[in-house]
Design a protein around this ligand. Structure first.
Ligand SMILES: *Cc1c(COP(=O)(O)O)cnc(C)c1O
Length: 386
């Protein structure tokens, strides 16, 4: 299989590494292998590269460089924020989150609940939105942290994060947002915000896998998750993933420059695709709030199809996308996100997620629009015959 043949419409799962990111990383793989913590110039040169990357991430987020901690992935960042809040105040051990979080938060909170922490799970309406009044009421005097994702990875639905952060701050708890899907796609404008912690991940942003960031507000106390050396200002031990971090800095710089493109060209791919699907295929519904949605994501339910079958047929045409179900230990579960929105199991199992990026092209959208109607009618024929 040649990667040039692939029509990659699964950019919320991971993204193609930007060649400019690779170029930025190369010298740190080959020539400059010094330890950034070493005192001599050969190490300090690498240390300086980390600081340049930190400034670039801070510029994209709109925060101070010393609020940027480099981690190994988005999952580590979300875990670290929640754990810090629980560690710092024995009297605050309650957590508030939503039913539609990524498994990085969901499974962590489920595990914490099994260990005795009380967790409040906020539901969503059919558009995938939470009720802010309910959120406000759920915050108690013993709430350690409220964690709500900025944008949903399955539906692209965007939560009003600044508003939520205000509510949480007024009620005296800490607030973390999993912004893995939002960074680079929508402006975050962190400078005035009441957010305490924010997580992002490199590989959703055209950087290689295995590097992430935890934004930790400088006035917010932080208890480290990884303990050891004094790296990252004593807040995250372990010798840094220098090449990944250098790449992430570049990826953030490029994402800032491409933000307008995201809202025009990438959104155009998504909108053209959705319009084409609606015109050519009957019985299609958009899942999630169309008004507050990432510009790159389209989650569609196709009446009477099985999404797992659709993935296989699309794969034969080199089209990559995701289904509204997850295969765990052999059985297929309808997506927890679509279920939380109150969609039937049947509709959830008939849903596909298409997610675009600046590395897609108009001819790929056209090709997908040529293949998809055939795949859907084939599956509908099979379902009728069964
Ligand atoms: C991908 C993703 C994560 C996990 O990031 P990793 O770097 O893969 O650990 C967390 N949250 C959301 C919303 C994601 O899409």
């Amino acid at each position: 299989m040649k990667s040039s043949e692939i029509i990659y419409l699964d950019n919320n799962a991971t993204t193609r590494v930007d060649p400019a990111v690779v170029e930025e990383m190369m010298p740190y793989l080959t020539e400059f292998y010094g330890n950034p913590s070493s005192g001599y110039r050969f190490g300090q040169k690498v240390g300086k590269a980390l600081e340049v990357a930190r400034e670039r991430v801070a510029a994209l987020l709109g925060c101070a460089p010393n609020e940027v901690l480099f981690t190994s992935c988005g999952t580590e960042s979300t875990n670290a924020a929640i754990n810090s809040a629980l560690m710092l105040d024995r009297d605050r051990q309650h957590i508030v989150t939503t039913r539609v979080e990524h498994s990085a938060t969901l499974k962590h909170c489920e595990t914490l609940a099994k260990r005795g922490h009380e967790v409040t799970w906020l539901g969503v309406d059919e558009r995938g939105q939470i009720d802010l009044k309910e959120l406000e009421k759920s915050i108690r005097s013993d709430t350690a942290i409220v964690t709500v994702m900025w944008a949903n990875n399955e539906t692209g639905v965007i939560f009003p994060i600044h508003e939520i952060a205000e509510i949480v701050r007024k009620k005296g708890a800490l607030f973390h947002t999993d912004a893995v899907q939002a960074v680079g796609k929508i402006p975050l404008a962190m400078s005035e915000s009441k957010i305490n912690f924010l997580s992002l991940s490199g590989h959703k942003l055209h950087c290689p896998k295995g590097v992430g960031v935890l934004y930790a507000n400088r006035k917010t106390k932080f208890a480290p998750y990884l303990i050891g050396g004094g790296q990252e200002n004593g807040k995250r031990a372990g010798t840094q993933n220098v090449t990944g971090i250098v790449g992430l800095g570049k990826a953030c710089e490029l994402a800032g420059a491409a933000m307008a493109h995201e809202d025009t060209v990438v959104k155009g791919f998504r909108d053209d695709f959705e319009k084409g699907v609606m015109e050519q295929i009957e019985g299609v519904q958009v899942n999630g709030d169309r008004e507050h949605r990432l510009p790159n994501t389209s989650n569609l339910a196709f009446d009477g199809i099985d999404s797992e079958g659709a993935l296989m047929l699309l794969d034969q045409h080199h089209i990559c996308c995701s289904s509204g179900s997850a295969c765990t230990t052999g059985s297929v579960h309808a997506s927890h996100v679509l279920q939380a929105m109150g969609l039937s199991d049947e509709r959830a199992r008939a849903s596909l997620r298409f997610s675009f990026s600046r590395f897609n092209a108009a001819d790929e959208v056209a090709k997908a629009l040529e293949i998809l109607p055939k795949v859907v009618s084939k599956l509908r024929r099979i379902a009728l015959a069964a």
